[in-house]
Design a protein around this ligand. Structure first.
Ligand SMILES: CCCCCCCCCCCCCCCCCCCCCCCCCCC/C=C/C(=O)SCCNC(=O)CCNC(=O)[C@H](O)C(C)(C)COP(=O)(O)OP(=O)(O)OC[C@H]1O[C@@H](n2cnc3c(N)ncnc32)[C@H](O)[C@@H]1OP(=O)(O)O
Ligand SMILES: Cc1cc2nc3c(=O)[nH]c(=O)nc-3n(C[C@H](O)[C@H](O)[C@H](O)COP(=O)(O)OP(=O)(O)OC[C@H]3O[C@@H](n4cnc5c(N)ncnc54)[C@H](O)[C@@H]3O)c2cc1C
Length: 665
C-alpha cells in the first residue's frame, strides 16, 4: 500500500464496496485470492523485472524471455503450483514467449487431435518440458486460407513413414511463435497424400531440433522471421520460418484422432466433422476474448488514474485547476472503454462456459453445437480484439503527451496487443464466418427451423421485423428490455437486409462477395447483441456487496447506450428507433457518465492490478506520477553520460565548422 495516496480523495467518493467488486470482476473469492498471490509473487521477484524491457536489444530481450521462462518453471516446481496458479503466474510475468505456444497450442493440438495412445506418449514429455512445441500452420503464402496450405506429407508404404516437404518458397512455414529459436518439436499442418490422392490438411508431430545440442535435424531449415512492430513488445517472441526437405517421420506421428492412415496406406476418416481439425484455434480464440478484457482494463486503469491526477485549465482566479477526468469529453471517451472492459470480462466468462459445454458434448459425440462455438469464438474474438486495440491507442491519447512515453506502459501494451487483430484469424475473415452462419440461419427461417443458442432471437422474426421501440424518455433507456429489443431488432434487420440483397444476385457466392462490407456490419451487430445480452444477464444475477450491482448496472447501460449512440446509423436505417429516441439515449448516456464519475478510480482499483503488472508510471496506485516520470527519464541509456557519445565525432566538428565560417565573415 502506498505511503501517500494522491488518489485518496477519489477513492473516498466511491459508492460501492471495492473488495466485493474485485470478487465480481475475478469471478469468485478464491479467484481474487489466487490472482493476488501470484501477482505479488511475480512483482516481488527481481528476475521478473520488466521496466527495462523497451531498452533491451532483440537478442537481450529474447535471452531475458528464456531466463524468465526457466525461472518461472523453477518456481512453479518448487512451490508445487497448480495449473491455475501456474497460468496466472505466466500471465503476470507478462512477456510473450515460446511458453505461450507450447501450453496454449502445441499441448491442446495433441490433446484435441491425438489418439489416446499419442497423448500418452507425447503429453508427459510436453508437461515436463522435455520437449518444447509450437503450432506450425501458417505459411508464407497462406494464413487465412487454411485449405490452401502447400506443405505436403506423403505416405511412403515401403518404410511406413510420412515424408514432410516444402515444395515451394510460399510453402515455408512462417510466423509460428516459438519456432524461430526455442522449439524442439512442432505440430505441422500439411496436405496428406497417400495412394496418390490429396486428402487435405492434417496435423503431424515433427521433431525439428536435436534434444542434445538444439541443432536443426537433417532436412530442416529454420530461423527467426525478424523484428516486429514496437520496441520490446512482441519481439520477445521468436516467430519463425521453417522449411522441410523430404523429412521422414514415423506414420504414428500423424495426429490420428479424426482420421487415420493404415499400414497399407489406406485413408480412413472417423465419423466426425472435419472441422474438429480447427479445434485448437477455437480454444485459443476463446482465451483471446478473456485476454482482451485484461489488456483493455490495464489501459483503462492507467488512463483513469492519470486523468484523476492530471489537471489542466479551469482556474481564472488562482484557484485549483480542473482534473482532466472532470471534462465531459474525457468522460465520454473513457467511460465507454471502462464499461467495455467489464462487458468483455463477463462475455469472456460466458464464452469459457460455452467452450467447456461444447467440449463435453463433443466427447459424447454430440456435434450439434459446433457451429455455435465457431460463430461465438470467431465473432467475439474479432470484436473484442478490434475494440481493445483501438481503445489502448485511445487511452494513450487520453493521457496526452506523457502517454506517448514508454514509461506510460501504453506504447508497449499497444504494440504487444495489436497483432491479436490478426493472429488466430484475421478479424475480417472471422467476421465473414459469422456472417455466413447468419445468412444460413436467415435462409432456414422460412422453412420453420427454429434457431438456437445465441441465434435464438432470430426465431422472433415476425415481431422483430416490425416492432417499434416504446422509449419516450431518457430514463426509459434504463429498462433492459428496451435495450435488448432494440439490439435484437437491429441485428436481425441488418441480417435480413443482407440476405434479401444477396438473393437478388446471380448466385449466392456472388451476392455474398458483393455484399461483404454490409455483412461485416451485420456480423458486428450480432456480436454486440451477444455482449449486451450477457452483460444484462450478469447484472440480473445475485451480486453481493454494497452498491456493486448498481455500479455494474450503470456500466451495462453505458456499454449498451454507447454502442447504440456510436452505431446510431444502423438503428435509424433499420427503423428500430426514431431520431428522437436516439437523442434520448444520448441524453441518458450523459447522465450515466455523471453517475460513473465518482466511482471511476474505485472501478479500476477493482481490477486489482499491481504496479508491476500495470508497468506504468501514469497508472501508479498512489497517483504520485510526476516524481516517477522525472526519475524514469534519468534511467534512459541516453542519460548515462552528460555529453552524448558521438559528440566528438559529429556535433563538435559541426559546431566548430560553423563557428569558423562565422569568424571568417
Ligand atoms: C516468459 C514467460 C514466462 C512464463 C512461464 C510460465 C511457465 C509455465 C506455464 C504453465 C502453464 C500451465 C497452464 C497453461 C494453460 C493455458 C495456456 C493458454 C495460453 C494461451 C495463449 C495463447 C497465445 C496466443 C498467441 C497467438 C499465437 C497465434 C497463433 C496463430 O495465429 S495460429 C494460426 C491461426 N490461423 C487461423 O486462424 C486461420 C484462419 N482461418 C480459418 O480459421 C479457416 O480456414 C476459415 C475459418 C477461414 C475457414 O475457411 P473456409 O471457408 O475455407 O473453410 P473450410 O475449411 O472449407 O470450412 C468451411 C466450413 O467449416 C466451418 N468452420 C470453419 N472453421 C470452423 C471452426 N473453427 N469450427 C467449426 N466449424 C468451422 C465453416 O463454418 C463452414 O461450415 P459450413 O460448411 O458452411 O457448414
Ligand atoms: C504475432 C503473430 C503471431 C502468430 N503466431 C502464429 C503461430 O503461432 N502459428 C501459426 O500457424 N500462425 C501464426 N500467425 C499467423 C496468423 O495466424 C496469420 O497471420 C493470420 O491468420 C492472418 O492470415 P494472413 O497473414 O494470411 O492474412 P491474409 O489473409 O493474407 O490477410 C491480408 C488481408 O486480406 C484480407 N482478407 C483475406 N481473406 C479475405 C477474404 N476471404 N475476404 C475478405 N478479406 C480477406 C484480410 O482481412 C487482410 O486485410 C501469427 C501471426 C502474427 C501476426
Amino acid at each position: 500500500m502506498a505511503e501517500v495516496d494522491h488518489l485518496a480523495a477519489e477513492r473516498a467518493t466511491a459508492r460501492f464496496d471495492v473488495e466485493e467488486m474485485k470478487v465480481a470482476w475475478a469471478g469468485s473469492r478464491h479467484a481474487v485470492h489466487v490472482a493476488d498471490r501470484m501477482a505479488r509473487l511475480v512483482a516481488s521477484d527481481p528476475v521478473f523485472r520488466k521496466d527495462n524491457r523497451t531498452m533491451l536489444s532483440r537478442k537481450e530481450l529474447f535471452k531475458d524471455t528464456l531466463r524468465k521462462a526457466a525461472h518461472a518453471w523453477k518456481r512453479i516446481v518448487e512451490l508445487r503450483l497448480t495449473e491455475e496458479e501456474a497460468d496466472l503466474l505466466r500471465q503476470y510475468v507478462d512477456q510473450p514467449g515460446y511458453v505461450d505456444l507450447h501450453w496454449g497450442m502445441f499441448v491442446p493440438a495433441i490433446k484435441g487431435q491425438g489418439t489416446e495412445e499419442q497423448q500418452h506418449k507425447w503429453l508427459p514429455l510436453a508437461y515436463k518440458f522435455q520437449i518444447i512445441g509450437c503450432y506450425a500452420q501458417t505459411e508464407l503464402g497462406h494464413g487465412s486460407n487454411v485449405q490452401g496450405l502447400e506443405t505436403t506429407a506423403t505416405f511412403d508404404p515401403k518404410t511406413d513413414e510420412f515424408v514432410i516437404h516444402s515444395p515451394t518458397l510460399t510453402s515455408s512455414k512462417w510466423w509460428p511463435g516459438g519456432l524461430g529459436k526455442a522449439s524442439t518439436h512442432a505440430v505441422v499442418y500439411a496436405r496428406l497424400i497417400t495412394e496418390g490422392k490429396d486428402y487435405g490438411i492434417h496435423g503431424f508431430i515433427v521433431q525439428l531440433r536435436s534434444l542434445e545440442d538444439h541443432s536443426p535435424l537433417p532436412g530442416v531449415t529454420l530461423g527467426d522471421i525478424g523484428g516486429k512492430f514496437g520496441s520490446g513488445a512482441y519481439n520477445s517472441m521468436d516467430n519463425g520460418v521453417l522449411r522441410f526437405d523430404h523429412v521422414r517421420i514415423p506414420r504414428d506421428q500423424m495426429l490420428m484422432r479424426l482420421s487415420q492412415v493404415t499400414r497399407e496406406g489406406k485413408y480412413v476418416h472417423s465419423n466426425v466433422p472435419k472441422q474438429l481439425l480447427y479445434g485448437t484455434m477455437v480454444y485459443v480464440r476463446q482465451s483471446i476474448v478473456a485476454d482482451a478484457s485484461k489488456a483493455l482494463s490495464r489501459a483503462v486503469c492507467i488512463a483513469v488514474r492519470y486523468s484523476a491526477v492530471r489537471k489542466q485549465f479551469g482556474s481564472q482566479d488562482g484557484g485549483p485547476e480542473t482534473q482532466v477526468l472532470n471534462y465531459k469529453t474525457q468522460q465520454s471517451r473513457l467511460f465507454p472503454l471502462l464499461a467495455s472492459a467489464y462487458a468483455f470480462r463477463f462475455v469472456g466468462d460466458w464464452l469459457n462456459w460455452l467452450y467447456t459445454d461444447v467440449t463435453q458434448k463433443l466427447e459424447a459425440k454430440d456435434f450439434s453445437t459446433l457451429q455455435e462455438a465457431h460463430a461465438c469464438t470467431a465473432g467475439l474474438k474479432a470484436v473484442t480484439t478490434s475494440v481493445t486495440a483501438d481503445a489502448i491507442e485511445e487511452c494513450r491519447k487520453l493521457c496526452g503527451g506523457h502517454g506517448y512515453l514508454n514509461s506510460s506502459g501504453l506504447p508497449e501494451l499497444f504494440a504487444v496487443y495489436v497483432p491479436a487483430c490478426t493472429y488466430e484469424g484475421d478479424n475480417v475473415v472471422l467476421l465473414l464466418q459469422v456472417a455466413r452462419i447468419l445468412m444460413k440461419t436467415v435462409s432456414q427461417l422460412a422453412s420453420g427451423k427454429q434457431p438456437v443458442g445465441t441465434m435464438a432471437y432470430m426465431g422472433k422474426v415476425q415481431y422483430l421485423m416490425q416492432c417499434k421501440s416504446a422509449v419516450s424518455s431518457a430514463e426509459d433507456w434504463l429498462n433492459p428490455d428496451a435495450i435488448q429489443e432494440a439490439f435484437e431488432a437491429r441485428a436481425l434487420r441488418m441480417a435480413v437486409n443482407c440476405a434479401q440483397n444477396i438473393s437478388q444476385a446471380a448466385s449466392q457466392e456472388e451476392g455474398f462477395y458483393e455484399r461483404s462490407p454490409d455483412l461485416l456490419e451485420a456480423a458486428v451487430a450480432h456480436i454486440q447483441l451477444i455482449i449486451v445480452t450477457k452483460f444484462i444477464e450478469k447484472v440480473h444475477q445475485e451480486i453481493p456487496g454494497h452498491g456493486v450491482k448498481e455500479q455494474l448496472q450503470a456500466l451495462c447501460n453505458v456499454y449498451a447506450l454507447y454502442i447504440l449512440h456510436k452505431h446510431l446509423g444502423d438503428f435509424l436505417a433499420t427503423g428500430c428507433i426514431t431520431p428522437r429516441q436516439g437523442a434520448l439515449a444520448n441524453e441518458q448516456l450523459g447522465k450515466l457518465y455523471a453517475q460513473v464519475r465518482p466511482n471511476a478510480v474505485a472501478l479500476v482499483d477493482a481490477f486489482n492490478y499491481t504496479d508491476h503488472y500495470l508497468g506504468s508510471v501514469l497508472g501508479r496506485y498512489d497517483g504520485d506520477v510526476y516524481p516517477a516520470l522525472y526519475e524514469e527519464a534519468w534511467k534512459d541509456p541516453l542519460n548515462e553520460t552528460v555529453v552524448p557519445e558521438g559528440y566528438h565525432e559529429y556535433l563538435r566538428p559541426l559546431i566548430k565548422q560553423q563557428q569558423l565560417k562565422l569568424s571568417r565573415l
